[in-house]
Design a protein around this ligand. Structure first.
Ligand SMILES: C[S@@+](CC[C@H](N)C(=O)[O-])C[C@H]1O[C@@H](n2cnc3c(N)ncnc32)[C@H](O)[C@@H]1O
Length: 271
């Protein structure tokens, strides 16, 4: 059929994803914070606590990329100079309503910041959305001071426990497909990409957090928090029903997250 090749091109797929992401974060602003604030691991806390613990002491400046509703702002009071950046106006409005900031509406691919302006760049649960990733990483390396750190977290499928398999199966049987992400990095793949812009990975570790699955509203929130650009609404409802059937006072779903810490070496410069 004429036009089919163009509709299936990487460019068209990228455009579809960007359109989906824009609408999703407009309509569900703050959803990541709602979910991750309730995802915990004993001795660690939430994924946000874990990201914070990768930032040493009280840095002069922290730039929070793809900050969403800016939950990380809660960890950085004066004298740290915090700046949150996101493309979604809806997310930034939620952040503002929660008195967080300062905030800038901008794309990570083209940061409105001078070279070498910050000690720390953080990015919670968004690096897998940044395309082209090489351009995003070059921008991150450019704005980091020599010796500065880039700490990111992202969702992964491992580690899980045997008892988690049931949740995954029920979710899949309801949705009839897996949740999607524009890109899934291998562990070494992201390290290599960071190395190519002069960032040297010093820590790369995944942990399993859990989110409660006590009732139907937890089930709805969990399904709502997934990126499901092509899932039929009936299948989404079926997934909520199946998770609701598993719910109970001690039930939980796994939330596995990888944290990567990279440093811009003092002697090196971004290419
Ligand atoms: C899963 S949410 C994470 C939000 C927040 N960091 C958190 O952990 O709660 C992903 C965020 O990435 C933002 N985003 C995606 N692509 C972006 C880009 N190229 N530049 C800036 N923000 C982007 C979205 O608007 C959304 O707020």
């Amino acid at each position: 059929m004429p036009g089919t090749a163009a509709m299936n091109s990487p460019q068209a797929a990228g455009d579809r994803w960007r359109g989906f992401l824009t609408a999703y974060h407009r309509d569900h602003a703050g959803i990541t914070e709602t979910l991750l604030d309730r995802a915990t691991r004993p001795g660690v806390g939430t994924p946000y606590d874990w990201l914070r613990s990768g930032v040493p002491g009280k840095p002069d400046r922290v730039v929070d990329l793809a900050c969403g509703s800016a939950p990380m702002n809660r960890y950085f009071a004066q004298p740290t100079d915090y700046l949150g950046i996101d493309v979604s106006r809806g997310e930034l409005e939620v952040a503002l309503a929660r008195r967080r900031g300062p905030l800038v509406e901008a794309n990570v691919l083209d940061l409105p910041l001078p070279d070498s302006c910050t000690d720390v760049v953080i990015c919670s649960m968004a690096i897998m959305l940044l395309e082209p990733i090489e351009q995003a990483l070059s921008e991150i390396a450019r704005v980091l001071r020599p010796g500065g750190r880039f700490i990111s977290t992202r969702p992964v499928t491992w580690p899980i426990r045997v008892r988690d398999v049931r949740v995954g199966v029920e979710l899949f049987r309801g949705l009839r497909q897996m949740p999607e992400l524009p890109q899934r990095f291998t562990r070494s793949g992201l390290s290599r990409l960071q190395a190519s812009v002069g960032l040297s990975v010093t820590e790369d570790r995944a942990l399993r957090f859990t989110h409660p699955l006590h009732d139907a509203s937890d089930a709805a929130c969990i399904v709502e928090g997934l990126y499901l650009p092509t899932v039929d609404p009936n299948h989404r409802r079926a997934a909520v029903e199946r998770l609701t059937n598993l719910a109970g006072p001690t039930r939980a779903v796994p939330v596995s997250i990888r944290r990567t810490v990279a440093i811009r070496p003092i002697s090196g410069s971004p290419s």
